[in-house]
Design a binder for this molecule. Structure first.
Ligand SMILES: Nc1nc2c(ncn2[C@@H]2O[C@H](COP(=O)(O)OP(=O)(O)OP(=O)(O)O)[C@@H](O)[C@H]2O)c(=O)[nH]1
Ligand SMILES: [Mg+2]
Length: 304
């Protein structure tokens, strides 16, 4: 295997962009072979750029998961969409995902239209092919290739792994020559505190409905190693109103207990130690307009 000292190594950034729910985070995890980005069946799950790192031969592939691109309304939406495009502009290669079952809908069409502004080579990735008939995929591929210029088209299922290996090999061969930027065993670019907050946010997305997931955010406040090697983690869930706080807590605290239990299990698996997780729910009216919350999420604060 190659290492960082090897002069024949390749290394580069591959951004995955596309509409909300296209399967970018699922694909990133499949490419990395480990869960580094959270997933949900709801739209707008990913909020910031998440790096996932993989090695293939002499290449180090740094995948960049991005928030879904849609027509933004709130300040947080605008920050997410701006961040997604910045991920595309900074990458060596840009993978554009389309949910094959949805096809080129209005949201995807708008993304395809704007791809001319992105200088890096682009490839089209039709995802969720497990849900589709082959013939329809060819029609879709032709339509998308007419709207934007792609170096190649891949048809994959991020869920089953179908086509993911081919995609990875193709990317590994095309990265620019250069030294590896991460140690060979590192899979995530984010600090563990942030990963832990994301895991709890994923459980919120799974268990809360309607607008609530979009009006809440999670921050890790305390990450303390205890004497036995266990970790004590304290996290704050911010919501906007008292009524939302009540829903997050649930009847007799049932909802927060279930969220905490699911998050604790997964954080412990990730950190490979015993975890004591304490969740606090705070009302912070207008946190969506508070620069401090954006900093914690790793997002630029849009001026308006
Ligand atoms: N059937 C099927 N479902 C998939 C596939 N890839 C992703 N999904 C599902 O699609 C949903 C959205 O997946 P995510 O990976 O969170 O999508 P995303 O593009 O990161 O979404 P945002 O972060 O909201 O922009 C989840 O329910 C996934 O399980 C696939 O190849 N096949
Ligand atoms: Mg995502």
């Amino acid at each position: 295997m190659a290492d960082a000292q090897d002069s024949n190594t390749k290394c580069g950034f591959i951004a995955l962009i596309g509409s909300p729910n296209a399967g970018k985070s699922t694909l990133l995890n499949a490419l990395v072979g480990s869960k580094v980005s959270i997933i949900s069946h709801k739209v707008q799950t990913t909020r910031a750029l998440i790096r996932g790192i993989a090695i293939e031969g002499r290449s180090q592939l740094i995948f960049v998961d991005t928030p879904g691109i849609f027509s933004p309304k709130r300040r947080l939406d605008r920050a997410m969409v701006t961040t997604a495009w910045s991920g595309a502009h900074e990458a060596d290669i840009v993978g554009v995902l389309i949910d094959a079952r949805k096809g080129v809908d209005e949201e995807s069409e708008q993304i395809l239209q704007r791809l001319g502004e992105v200088k890096a080579p682009k490839l089209l990735i039709l995802n969720k092919i497990d849900l589709m008939a082959k013939e329809a995929l060819l029609t879709l591929s032709n339509a998308a290739n007419k709207t934007a210029k792609f170096e190649a088209t891949f048809m994959v299922s991020a869920l089953t792994g179908d086509g993911v290996g081919d995609l990875k090999s193709w990317l590994a061969a095309r990265l620019p020559a250069g030294p590896w930027l991460y140690p060979p065993d590192q899979m995530s670019g984010a600090p563990v505190r942030q990963l832990a907050a994301e895991i709890t946010r994923e459980k919120l997305f799974e268990r809360l409905h309607q607008e609530l997931p979009y009006h809440s955010t999670v921050e890790t406040e305390v990450w303390k190693e205890l004497r036995a090697g266990d970790i004590r983690i304290e996290q704050t869930i911010y919501v906007e109103r008292e009524s939302q706080r009540k829903i997050v807590l649930g009847k007799g605290g049932q909802t927060i207990k279930a969220i905490g239990e699911a998050a604790r299990k997964e954080i412990a698996e990730m950190a490979e130690v015993k975890v004591h997780l304490f969740l606090f729910v705070k009302v912070r009216e207008g946190w969506g307009d508070d620069p401090e919350r954006y900093r914690a999420m790793g997002l630029e604060f849009p001026k308006e």
